[in-house]
Design a protein around this ligand. Structure first.
Ligand SMILES: [Zn+2]
Ligand SMILES: [Zn+2]
Length: 214
């Protein structure tokens, strides 16, 4: 597949590192995966919640989870806009979907690449509990350079989809007041009990309290 890949500028890398909080190779790998996916789909960075959906397969508390932040920064798909979907299966893939055309691309870091990473000093030190911001920049910088400049085919493999399953979820614009705590709760999350609206924690407390007195 021939892709006219968007180069990641020094400024974008810097801004993404600021957002992410430290310098590591996994975040730039996500940055590149995000750009590659956008280049293949021929789409722009998401401004709202409806143009693009990113599905990221990293889980919690494992090496290279930073990949997800690079994807967010590159694609504009974020948790807050609701277009960043976590599918935590402990893999390093990004699927980017254009909901209008239903075309999608899955960008997967190659097995050889990822398994080699685990033998690098960076990951050995990280495994020993050294936080990334305390590592010698000379250990980290060549890894970042490598992940940004090596031909993408050596780092990623690509799958494309023509009719990716997608169901649009409309945004809810109404809310009610919880009868118990008096806080505002979005209606689709509120529950009705005895004709009154409650937030989920309050309703849980009421139901459990009732059970306890019986
Ligand atoms: Zn990181
Ligand atoms: Zn409440």
């Amino acid at each position: 597949m021939i892709v006219n890949e968007t180069a990641i500028s020094a400024q974008e890398l810097k801004d993404a590192q600021y957002f992410h909080g430290h310098k590591c190779p996994a975040m730039p790998q996500g940055l590149r995966a995000g750009h590659l996916a956008m280049d293949i789909l021929g789409v722009e960075r998401a401004q709202g919640g409806g143009e693009l959906i990113a599905i990221v397969e990293t889980g919690d508390h494992h090496f290279s989870g930073c990949f997800a932040d690079g994807v967010m920064f590159a694609t504009g798909c974020t948790v807050g806009k609701g277009n960043f979907v976590r599918k935590p299966v402990g893999k390093f893939a990004l699927t980017l979907l254009n909901p209008k055309t239903r075309k999608a691309v899955r960008v997967v870091p190659r097995y050889e690449r990822m398994s080699q990473c685990l033998d690098m000093d960076f990951f050995k030190l990280r495994a020993q509990g050294v936080p990334p911001y305390e590592l010698d920049p000379d250990v980290v910088a060549p890894l970042i350079e490598d992940v940004l400049t090596r031909p993408w085919e050596e780092i990623f493999s690509i799958q494309t989809f023509e009719n990716y399953p997608y169901e649009k979820v409309p945004e809810v614009f109404d809310a009610v007041q919880c009868h118990s705590c008096k806080e505002l709760v979005v209606t689709s999350y509120a529950k009705q009990f005895d004709g009154k609206w409650y937030c989920e924690p309050c309703l849980d407390a009421i139901i459990h309290a009732n059970t306890a007195t019986k």
